[in-house]
Design a protein around this ligand. Sequence first.
Ligand code: GUN
Ligand code: FE
Length: 426
Amino acid sequence: MSSQQNSFVLKGNICYSVDSQTVFCGESCYAVCADGISAGVFHELPEQFSNLPVYDFGDSVVIPGLTDLHTHAPQFGNRGMAMDLQLLDWLNTYTFPEETKFADLEYARHAYAMFVRELKQGATTRACIFATIHVPATVLLMDELERSGLCTYVGKVNMDRNSPEGLVESTDNSIADTIAWLEQIEGRYSRTKPMLTPRFVPSCTDELLQELGHIAAQYQLPVQSHLSENQSEITWVKELCPWAETYGHAYEKWGLFGNTPTIMAHCVWCPDAEIELMKKGGVMIAHSPASNQNLSSGIAPAKKYLNDGLKIGLATDLSAGESASILKAMSDAIAVSKLRWRYVDEQTPPLTMEEAFYMGTVGGGSFFGKVGSFESGYQFDAVVIDDHDLVHPQELNVHQRLERIIHLSGQCHVVKKYVHGREIFP
Ligand code: GUN
Ligand code: FE
């Protein structure tokens, strides 16, 4: 028997990716949720579901929940400012000082409540989130996320070198705090999970990475970090780890590159050997086009990664990215891929709207299992979008409206949101 609460039907204009090249856009269709799982999308409601409640959203557009594969909760307060520097100077000047404040639980409570509210109100249903090195504030963030109904992975960040006072740990403390954090949250949540989070190679000694590799294996934890984002960063990693063939090998050596599910943010400048290592480990790429632009990092070859069969999804990377919206990340991804085509690689055409939508739904969602689609068997994450402010004198079909929702998302409103069949917003 289906539990009534998690079994229902949404009626509206329903869109989802069938594959990376095809978006199904059905006018006035029925999306069926049975026990939190999608039972498919239909033009006519099948008899077997006729006993379920139907929530009719009229002319609104219903899309799968979006996945943000990489963002920094403590940087929320810095969004939309401090973007005049490149990565390493930007970290030292703006980002590390802000993160240092999360030693203060009252500041963390205030700031994290704002971050979670923003995430809850938007179209994102799943996210992989960096906290800071501070355990109490990280647990507070996880408590808040659990209450929100979103499904997330959260990482206490590890940093034991090249970091300012207040944001650096001894190697021993970094490990001890990580284990204390894992023990403190064990059994505490149903939708909020821990993820090991070495910040990036410049802020983690080999000894720390080695221990984190052991913890990943022992606790079977996923891993998230940054990779080949900026050229000065890559040069620095070569100096710090002269033994490593590529930046990626400096994680791989310690079992942090696909031994457990792994996300690497950015991947702007990956050499072929590093791309091969990502393929071998099934490492998922978090593409953040806004961050690539704001920090003048370069433009990640997202289309090439997609064509080559690498795992890839979209990310906001607050506050290097200025917006918490994955719809905006889709729009940005398309735009920067056109600049890359013109200026960097004429052999690789730009991303299509279908590909960007796929990355923001099924692509990133796959990190969470069967997530990001309304095809039968997927966890039912749905976002109902009201686009009536995007007025138009001509007739538009649902596919055209979806394209405008992506590129003009700031003028659209989320009116309802479900995660795994559970209504979480408003
Ligand atoms: N590399 C290491 N830390 C960070 C961060 O906070 N943001 C970005 N964009 N890159 C990083
Ligand atoms: Fe980041």
